[in-house]
Design a protein around this ligand. Structure first.
Ligand SMILES: *Cc1c(COP(=O)(O)O)cnc(C)c1O
Length: 358
């Protein structure tokens, strides 16, 4: 046979996720930490790796790492689960709470992975679009879950790519209003310093997603985790790949997590730079930045695709959302080092004002 039958029907029209990485002097497109782990932590990682038996399978559930995370969050091991990046746990969410005949509530514009996972698993997607300022249409969400058919939803807080936290009172109202599984995606929690962790005791339907990829400089390692109630976590355990988190990733994450206090000054500096970038963007004529609680700023401008190209030609890679639904004319810049942020602002000023001083 020199032909193959079609793949599963839900794949028709699905575009593979493309982070649109390109080489550039300033990589400000993927919300990574601009600083790699420091030399001391790197040495400790190397010592730990030197002791690893590579011929043996890893601990499937990474219990040592789970215990570290659990203790830091005042939880037990059975209330924590680690995954191969937050992305794997998002896929597991769709496997465990989605599927044929089941419905996911999405709040676009938001992280595109949720919608893609729902489609892959033949889950129906219901959308409650955000308001023009990208805040959640809270009344519409509460009305939609009241219909009773939503099996799970994700509230991204801070939202990616738009930047703001969800309102805490709204999240509590939502958890009260539905028995759907509510995932609060706190991938940027270290930059917002706001968490729904205190709600776990009273709300069995809450699960929180976090990652080592952003604040903890480990995007290359692939490590994410869930905080949830034991009954919810055990459902995720049923669908996960037993050895998805390899021994090397477990070891790196253990060392980094044990040293997490060392990342605090860097996080504080990024928060300060976020404010400076936001204020500087406001002063560029024709540019409208959206307030952010994360480590990136979304901004809107005319000729956004041309601006993206001009920035790229200046060695600065930002993320182009200008053709994405509801994000027309928008680019997203990750907060980099002060030098990278200056180079970005200078290049954008140059594009908008042709070199005229601001
Ligand atoms: C980055 C990110 C994640 C998880 O990323 P991983 O690198 O897979 O851990 C999850 N949600 C959002 C909104 C993100 O931006």
């Amino acid at each position: 046979m020199n032909q193959v039958r079609p793949s599963a029907p839900q794949l028709a029209g699905l575009e593979p996720y493309d982070p649109k990485y390109l080489p550039a002097r300033a990589l400000l497109s993927a919300n990574e930490n601009p600083h790699d782990v420091d030399e001391d932590v790197r040495r400790a990682v190397m010592r730990e790796l030197g002791r690893l038996p590579l011929n043996r399978y890893p601990d499937p559930l990474a219990n040592d790492l789970r215990d570290l995370i659990a203790e830091a969050n005042g939880l037990g091991r059975e209330q924590v689960l680690v995954g191969n990046g937050g992305d794997e746990l998002l896929f597991n969410l769709a496997l465990a709470w989605g599927g044929p005949g089941r419905t996911f509530l999405n709040l676009p514009p938001t992280f595109s992975v949720y919608d893609a996972n729902a489609r892959l698993t033949n889950t129906t997607v219901a959308n409650v679009p955000r308001l023009p300022d990208f805040s959640i249409d809270e009344d519409a969400v509460l009305a939609r879950v009241a219909e009773g058919d939503i099996d799970y939803l994700v509230v991204t807080s801070p939202n990616n790519p738009t930047g703001k936290l969800a309102d805490e009172a709204f999240l509590y109202a939502l958890l009260e209003a539905t028995d759907a599984l509510v995932m609060v995606d706190e991938a940027y929690f270290e930059f917002s310093r706001m968490t729904m962790r205190p709600a776990l005791e009273q709300h069995e339907n809450l699960v929180i997603l976090r990652t080592f990829s952003k604040a903890f400089s480990l995007a290359g390692v692939r490590l994410g985790y869930l905080l949830g109630n034991a009954a919810v976590i055990s459902e995720f355990v049923k669908v996960r790949q037993p050895y998805s988190v390899d021994a090397v990733s477990q070891a790196v994450a253990r060392v980094v997590y044990a040293n997490r206090a060392k990342f605090e000054p860097g996080i504080t500096a990024i928060i300060a730079e976020r404010q400076r970038v936001f204020e500087s963007l406001k002063k560029i004529p024709g540019v409208t930045p959206f307030p952010s609680d994360a480590n990136y700023v979304l901004f809107r401008l005319d000729r956004a695709a041309e601006a993206w190209q001009a920035l790229y030609e200046s060695g600065i890679l930002v993320r182009d959302f200008s053709r994405a639904p509801m994000l027309e004319g928008c680019l997203r810049v990750s907060i980099g080092s002060p030098e990278e942020n200056d180079a970005f602002l200078a290049a954008l000023r140059d594009f908008e004002m042709g070199g005229k001083p601001a």
